[in-house]
Design a protein around this ligand. Structure first.
Ligand code: HEC
Ligand code: HEC
Ligand code: HEC
Length: 206
């Protein structure tokens, strides 16, 4: 299974969505769903969300082409599965990223989430060679969190997080060691250090 986190949450989300085209946001992001998700464990042997099951209606095709967070979706139901995942992994509600009742509308946080999925993640791999996902970085005290560098952002903590969580746990996609300058142009303390990385092309090149 290429996306074990996908199958993990699909059951809970399917129950929450009931197959409706757009789940009412108050049920999709309510606490019970969050609680359900917390108790699910990684499992690789759950059937695919988009599998054709004899006697059941065929899976709904994708409504459009997704190139960001939902790029792995093979049918529309999987878009919801993925959304349930990011909601859980960031410890937020759907409205953290979406305009209520208009999931298609672009927002700044959707833009960032898509950048994480389509720019940052493909340039990295974990030390075991596998591809990272949101939950490999967005964790604070064992819980999913959107803000991981302190709230408000805390420079000493950011340096510690970057050193002990990011550079220590990841490599470049080509398997080379990550350095601060891979993403910040220069080492911290140098005047050329660029704090801003999100939505830029300051990413490891090889
Ligand atoms: C971390 C931000 C984030 C959260 C939280 C989030 N989404 Fe999304 N959602 C996105 C992004 C980004 C896209 C576009 C994905 C792409 O283009 O690959 C998207 C796409 C969608 C779409 C498809 C819209 C279209 O353009 O066709 C739906 C429906 C959706 N989300 C529903 C939800 C629901 C329901 C929740 C809560 C369970 C949720 N999302 C939580 C970021 C988020
Ligand atoms: C390699 C580490 C890493 C991975 C993997 C990662 N992120 Fe991030 N993300 C970050 C860092 C660092 C920040 C800045 C956090 C802060 O400001 O505290 C961030 C910030 C964000 C923000 C802005 C949050 C805010 O409120 O300012 C969103 C949204 C986001 N990430 C979504 C995602 C999604 C969705 C995924 C999975 C597709 C993902 N990220 C994967 C490192 C990562
Ligand atoms: C794979 C890319 C990557 C690498 C490698 C990396 N960082 Fe970061 N760093 C980020 C991202 C993403 C953010 C969030 C930046 C933003 O908000 O645009 C960030 C933010 C920071 C911040 C907060 C900046 C501020 O003022 O808001 C500091 C400090 C920092 N990093 C230090 C380091 C140090 C020190 C190293 C080396 C040990 C390092 N980083 C390695 C991606 C990286």
């Amino acid at each position: 299974v290429r996306f074990p986190w996908l199958v993990l949450i699909s059951g809970a989300l399917a129950a929450a969505c009931g197959g409706a085209p757009l789940p009412p946001s108050d049920s999709a992001d309510s606490a019970p769903l969050g609680n359900q998700l917390t108790h699910l464990h990684r499992a690789a042997d759950v059937p695919d969300d988009c599998a054709v099951i004899p006697g059941k209606p065929p899976p709904e095709p994708l409504e459009r082409k997704y190139t960001g967070v939902a790029a792995a979706a093979r049918c529309q139901r999987q878009v919801y599965t993925i959304m349930g995942g990011v909601t859980h992994f960031l410890g937020v509600k759907c409205e953290y990223c979406h305009v209520k009742n208009d999931y298609r509308a672009m927002t700044e946080r959707k833009r960032i989430a898509n950048w994480m999925a389509s720019e940052l993640i493909p340039r990295l791999r974990k030390q075991d060679g596998s591809k990272p996902w949101c939950n490999d970085c967005h964790v604070v005290n064992g819980e999913g969190a959107a803000k991981i560098l302190g709230q408000p952002r805390n420079r000493p903590w950011a340096i510690e997080w970057m050193t002990t969580r990011l550079v220590a746990n990841f490599q470049t996609a080509k398997g080379n060691a990550l350095h601060c300058k891979s993403c910040h142009h220069a080492n911290i303390g140098s005047p050329a250090f660029e704090a801003h990385v999100i939505l830029t092309d300051n990413l490891p090149k090889d």
